[in-house]
Design a protein around this ligand. Structure first.
Ligand SMILES: CC(C)(COP(=O)(O)OP(=O)(O)OC[C@H]1O[C@@H](n2cnc3c(N)ncnc32)[C@H](O)[C@@H]1OP(=O)(O)O)[C@@H](O)C(=O)NCCC(=O)NCCS
Length: 137
């Protein structure tokens, strides 16, 4: 049975998913700090097995970033990602009651833009804004 938990901070589950989608896993201490500093998250389970995750980070009132939306490969294509996004957007709607100017961002992985477009996200360039930028290492 598919279950959803809010604000679960299980490092092992987070790292397992991270690894499963090919992003590699962080050290446990790094993941723990990242999860401790996460504003809101959604974890999805098939019975007791973690199969999906997504989180919101940010200042909680003016700027929020959707981060780390990931679904275990064998469960992809079954609307689990949609379920995660809808729950994150529900939380975002609650914050919008407090601040209607809330800005919500995300950085799409390559070729994942179409997935996010389904939830109303547009490329910054199409909203007459500059490019999103990242510090190059
Ligand atoms: C991207 C991801 C979260 C989507 O989750 P999912 O559960 O497979 O997606 P869903 O089944 O909810 O798909 C919802 C819709 O998005 C579409 N979609 C999903 N992934 C897509 C992609 N890569 N490109 C285009 N469309 C995509 C689906 O076809 C579906 O369309 P429909 O509503 O017309 O049927 C998942 O594939 C994943 O975890 N990928 C690896 C990690 C990743 O890259 N995450 C994104 C980080 S920015």
């Amino acid at each position: 049975m598919i279950k959803i938990k809010e604000n679960n901070k299980n490092v092992a589950e987070f790292n397992l998913l991270y690894d499963s989608v090919g992003w590699g896993a962080y050290d446990n201490d790094i993941s723990k700090k990242a999860l401790d500093n996460t504003f809101y998250s959604i974890s999805v389970y098939d019975d007791n097995e973690i199969i999906g995750y997504g989180r919101l980070i940010g200042d909680t009132i003016c700027f929020l970033y959707i981060q780390d939306v990931m679904v275990k490969p064998e469960y992809q294509g079954n609307k689990i990602g949609t379920m995660i996004m809808n729950k994150l957007l529900e939380k975002i709607s609650q914050i919008e009651q407090e601040n209607s100017d809330l800005r919500v961002y995300l950085g799409a992985s390559k070729n994942k833009e179409k997935f996010y477009e389904k939830f109303g996200f547009v490329k910054r360039i199409d909203a007459d804004l500059g490019y999103g930028m990242i510090l190059k290492r």
